[in-house]
Design a protein around this ligand. Structure first.
Ligand code: MRU
Length: 394
């Protein structure tokens, strides 16, 4: 998608295969800080510390991590060790396991000497597949947006989204935002209510992306959605997903469930956009079976962001290399030179906090799924109708 009018993917693989360039999402929206990841250790750290985030992106970046590991140790045992390390970086999004499984299978199928090249090709293929998949989600979602818009006699369409399920959460296009970008590009007047998504404020990422692409949007606090829906200000909700169970329960960023409840109470259609690697066919009951990441309470107890000051230093973590890309957008063009990063602490020093990062929305609250294969009801039957190859013989 576009950054300062120039197309960019969220992962750029170095042509000499020495690493991948990723966007440090913690620096957004105030700086476009590009970092080079060269080792499995770099990748594990980038995922764990949320330099890269969003289920599909985590999966593809981890795939490169397993490939890099082969450069140091191409043995079966080495691959297994790095597989386990990368898998443990974040527990909830199933795309991570899906991508690592694909890579491990491809690597173990060839002799050690061929493993790096095979891994590189496989990771590149996962990247391209992610882009094509998300574009297809966008096309199918656009038909929904169009039919809603046609009923509005020309007034703008209002869509509410939660967290960031845009292009920087994937390799390109995004999942929930892909239909919105296509609608905007087709000339439809569309406006997005952007939930701020405390505590990591992924809403800031969504606002940044939409702004870069010229899509109208307004940020609201996480608790505003119900009010907006009661007043007819939301035509539709579209969110992403980190794991969808075989019967259609959806695990996504904390707060998604409450939006679905409000949508049901107000008759607002609530859709989940998901690519096929997000479906965990091994799990039925989302509430009982999906590991919910619990992050450091300090994220809840403080608010992190840019502080008005005179130090332009961005948060490049020690040990990782910042890249000054010859590529599309030099970071300096996006950096706001008078800002530095910092946090404020609104709570008393001794306050305890809990930081559940995801919740589960039961299938019954979801109007439908937007996938790369089309739109389907959020149910076991709905998913199986789109993915008949997953229906096991009795
Ligand atoms: O903790 P995050 O920022 O990785 O969580 C991301 C989300 O919950 C997204 O909504 C989800 O991964 C879908 S991304 C296309």
């Amino acid at each position: 998608m576009r950054v300062l009018g120039v197309h960019r993917r969220s992962i750029i693989a170095a042509t000499d295969q020495r690493g991948i360039e990723v966007i440090d999402q913690r620096a957004l929206p105030h700086a476009l800080s590009i970092l080079m990841l060269r080792t499995a250790g770099d990748v594990a750290r980038a995922i764990r510390e949320m330099l890269v985030r969003g289920a599909p992106l985590i999966g593809v970046v981890a795939a490169y991590g397993l490939c890099f590991a082969v450069r140091e140790d191409a043995s079966d045992a080495g691959i297994e060790r790095t597989y386990r390390t990368l898998l443990a970086t974040r527990p909830t999004a199933v795309n991570l396991r899906w991508a690592l499984d694909k890579m491990r299978e491809a690597l173990l199928a060839v002799p050690s000497a061929e493993r790096f090249d095979t891994g590189w090709r496989c990771a590149q293929a996962l990247c391209d597949d992610d882009v094509a998949t998300n574009f297809a989600i966008g096309k199918h979602g656009l038909t929904l947006l169009r039919s809603l818009f046609d009923r509005k006699s020309g007034s703008r369409l209002n869509v509410l989204t939660h967290c960031n399920a845009g292009w920087i959460a994937t390799v390109d296009w995004g999942t929930a935002l892909a239909p919105i970008y296509l609608a905007h590009d087709s000339g439809m007047p569309i406006h997005v209510w952007v939930d701020e998504t405390r505590p990591r404020n992924q809403g800031a990422l969504t606002a940044w992306e939409l702004g870069q692409h010229g899509v109208q949007h307004t940020v609201v606090v996480d608790s505003a959605g119900g009010h907006l829906m009661q007043h007819g200000l939301v035509d539709m909700c579209i969110v992403g997903a980190d794991r969808v169970t075989a019967r259609g329960d959806v695990c996504n960023k904390i707060g998604t469930y409450l939006k679905a409840l409000a949508a049901r109470d107000n008759g607002v259609p609530f859709y989940v956009a998901l690519p096929y690697p997000t479906i965990d066919w091994t799990v039925e009951d989302g509430i009982g079976s999906i590991p919910i990441e619990e992050r450091d309470p300090s994220e809840v107890l403080s608010v992190y962001g840019a502080v008005d000051h005179a130090d332009p230093t961005g948060p490049v973590p020690p040990g990782l290399t910042a890249v000054d890309p010859a590529g599309p957008v030099p970071p300096a063009q996006l950096a706001t030179p008078t800002l530095r990063w910092g946090s404020v602490r609104p709570y008393p020093a001794a306050t305890r906090a809990a930081n559940y990062a995801f919740d589960v929305t039961p299938a019954k609250l979801i109007t439908g799924f937007i996938t790369e294969r089309g739109i389907t009801p959020a149910s076991r039957e709905g998913l199986r109708s789109l993915y008949p190859e997953r229906v096991r013989a009795p």
